[in-house]
Design a protein around this ligand. Structure first.
Ligand SMILES: [Zn+2]
Ligand SMILES: [Zn+2]
Length: 182
């Protein structure tokens, strides 16, 4: 059984500091994995993680599981919540783990490890079995579709294109750009 203390050095180094987010992220991952019958030492190539935060604990999740964005297995669902879900594609089982709103230590907490050691998992975390449906075009593996945008000419993979007035367009050309020209 993995112990959260084992990951503190690695998480701190990757993230840049030791913080409550690292502790909680590590403990959430170990809890999620164990609920799925997995451990960080297993081959986790069928694991997908859905991060409901883009803050500190997101980095801990990457360190503990080795799951990265470049293999389509790390998804950001920015709900601004201290929570993450774990999906085992091999079994289709999924579990969501969230941090309870209390305790809520300040940013100037000196003894991060000591503070969190006082709490058991069920005091600081909540979890539930869930179902996550992954459309074929969102699954890890080779792209199912690749089309050039008929306006900008850039290739669009994985069905992210849209047909507008009979033209196949990327999201940006379809008016959904997150940027504007400068
Ligand atoms: Zn942090
Ligand atoms: Zn385009």
């Amino acid at each position: 059984m993995a112990d959260w203390h084992d990951y503190l050095d690695k998480a701190s180094a990757f993230h840049g500091h030791l913080c409550s987010g690292q502790v909680l992220g590590i403990r959430m991952c170990l809890k999620g994995l164990s609920l799925l019958g997995l451990s960080p030492d297993d081959n986790l190539r069928d694991l997908m993680i859905f991060l409901e935060t883009d803050r500190c604990m997101a980095d801990a999740a990457i360190v503990v599981t080795g799951v990265t964005a470049g293999r389509r297995r790390l998804k950001f669902k920015d709900y601004g919540k201290a929570a993450m879900s774990f999906l085992d594609l091999a079994t289709d089982r999924a579990v969501r783990v969230a941090a309870n709103s209390e305790p809520h230590p300040g940013h100037d907490l000196k003894d991060v490890v000591g503070f969190w050691e006082a709490y058991s998992d069920d005091q600081i975390l909540s979890w539930q079995n869930i179902r996550i449906t992954i459309p074929p075009e969102d699954r890890p593996g080779r792209p199912l579709r690749r089309v050039p945008c008929q306006q900008c000419g850039e290739d669009v993979l994985d069905g992210r294109d849209a047909e507008i007035d009979g033209r196949v367009l990327c999201k940006a050309c379809a008016g959904q750009a997150y940027y504007t020209s400068a």
